[in-house]
Design a protein around this ligand. Structure first.
Ligand code: URA
Length: 234
């Protein structure tokens, strides 16, 4: 048994995984039935689960203080409920808060180009954020805000059951992986995450400030494409 475990850990180390958490909860994908039990509406289709989840959050969510700090609306997520590829960002910015859709500002336009560069459209993938409401002045989300909101992201992931999750930037990657490792250490690696392969990469807003980093993101997106095409094992 301990040999098996050692082999397993060696395999993950070769894959570039730098640590193993003792809390299995967030890395374990719930099956559809328990996703339903956790708040679904008795129908296991991803569309229904997502619609139920959005309704459960509600348009006037007050689970955290962002409700009283000027957010215009809850920005739930957008795209194909059966997407094989899901992107996770940090939280809505000003434009997203206005339009009610993630990644529609300048960074979002770049994300659209990144998606198209691997032959997909925004409509084919799913895009969500760790927190669903805009923090004032685009400050970083605070721990209590993340704690109130992230269970909904986990349930979005479990409803969609994507093959690949791309964590956009330090905040999303650190939050999903429960690590304080910098994005420069996380990117370039792959993680087994809730039944998907998670690929951390740079945030498109960072790419707007540092265009040369697009090269690394392209490397990551080629990996994503290969995983989706099924010519690589997770
Ligand atoms: N940045 C994010 O992390 N998410 C958005 O939706 C927009 C900008």
């Amino acid at each position: 048994m301990s040999n098996e475990l050692a082999e397993h850990l060696k395999y993950f180390a070769e894959m570039g995984v730098s640590g193993v958490s003792r809390d299995p909860a967030w890395r374990t994908r719930r099956d559809a039935a328990s996703a339903v039990a956790a708040g679904g509406h008795g129908d296991v289709s991803a569309d229904r689960l997502l619609a139920g989840l959005e309704a459960e959050i509600g348009p006037d969510c007050t689970r955290c203080k962002l409700a009283g700090l000027g957010r215009r609306q809850v920005v739930f997520g957008v795209g194909n409920p059966r997407a094989r590829l899901m992107f996770v960002g940090e939280g809505p910015g000003e434009e997203e808060d206005k339009q009610g859709e993630p990644f529609v500002g300048r960074a979002g336009q770049l994300l659209t180009k990144i998606i198209e560069a691997i032959g997909l459209t925004r409509e084919q993938v799913y895009i969500a954020n760790v927190i669903k409401c805009r923090p004032p002045g685009n400050r970083n989300p605070e721990p209590d805000e993340v704690a109130a909101c992230e269970p909904f992201l986990f349930r979005q992931i479990d409803a969609i059951q994507p093959r690949v999750i791309v964590a956009l930037g330090k905040f999303a990657a650190q939050c999903l992986l429960r690590t304080a490792d910098p994005i420069t250490r996380l990117r370039g690696k792959e993680f087994d995450y809730r039944g998907a392969t998670l690929i951390p990469t740079f945030h498109p807003a960072y790419l707007l400030r540092n265009p040369p980093a697009k090269r690394e993101v392209w490397e990551d997106m080629k990996k994503v494409r290969a995983l989706l095409q099924g010519d690589r094992r997770p």
